[in-house]
Design a protein around this ligand. Structure first.
Ligand SMILES: N[C@@H](CCC(=O)N[C@@H](CS)C(=O)NCC(=O)O)C(=O)O
Length: 226
């Protein structure tokens, strides 16, 4: 069935980026519609039960639209329905492990959000350590590289690339030092940053936009960094 894919997006959202990266890796054409999350349109609230991006709207030949939410589910759908490079292992057990690490990538992001908003140095430090401990676990899971599972780029890479990109900007604002003892994670991060599917998943203005967003929202964090 011929389909049209429309990704409802926000320019800064790392969950959106993982879906964009998966679509880019597959070479699938899609339309991206950015919305203002501070002023969510009614049509968006109708199709997004949690009011969150990304949402992938799949339009069938018959014009019927199905809206999918949750970024990892969207990535799985892209993998299952689109031709192109395989982004999941063939083996069921390995695939399950990859799914678990995709979830792990979401958990790291939610811990980062907490880091941004705290004004208490002790809370900041304990959260910073929690994030560093998570990356230490990622370090243990990594092999020779260059990607999470070796030679082939997978959905785990698509999930972590935007996390690392977020750190690029975050690191300029505050001293997180969460990669100090994780050489494999650092090498992985550098490899992903070079990947065309990753680089083109955001606009050229992404660092400036994210920087401005963090500065606007995270006065406490900046104070701690000073
Ligand atoms: N679990 C969701 C998380 C998505 C998410 O948190 N998106 C944020 C933007 S990065 C959002 O839409 N926030 C708007 C809101 O919560 O009101 C997923 O993986 O898709």
């Amino acid at each position: 069935m011929a389909q049209k894919l429309t990704l409802i997006s926000h320019k800064l959202c790392p969950y959106v980026q993982r879906a964009v990266i998966a679509l880019n890796e597959k070479g699938v054409p899609f339309e991206r519609v950015d919305i203002d999350l501070a002023n969510k349109p009614d049509w968006f609230l109708k199709i997004s039960p949690l009011g969150k991006v990304p949402v992938l709207v799949v339009t069938g030949d018959d014009g019927k639209e199905i809206a999918l939410f949750e970024s990892n589910v969207i990535c799985e759908y892209i993998e299952e329905t689109q031709a192109g490079a395989k982004l999941h292992p063939q083996d069921a057990l390995q695939r399950a492990q990859h799914r678990a690490w995709m979830e792990f990538g979401s958990t790291i992001l939610s811990e980062l959000w907490g880091l941004e908003t705290t004004g208490d140095p002790a809370v900041f430090e304990s959260k910073r350590q929690a994030v560093a401990a998570k990356f230490a676990r990622v370090e243990e899971a990594l092999g020779k590289g260059p990607f999470f599972a070796g030679e082939h780029f997978s959905l785990v890479d698509a999930v972590f690339a935007p996390v690392f990109r977020y750190f690029d900007v975050f690191d300029e604002l505050t001293d997180l030092s969460v990669f100090a003892d994780t050489p494999k994670v650092r090498a992985w991060r550098e490899e992903l940053a070079k990947r065309p599917s990753v680089r083109t998943a955001v606009g050229a203005d992404y660092p400036q936009l994210l920087h401005a967003f963090l500065v606007r929202h995270d006065a406490h964090m900046l104070k701690l960094a000073a």
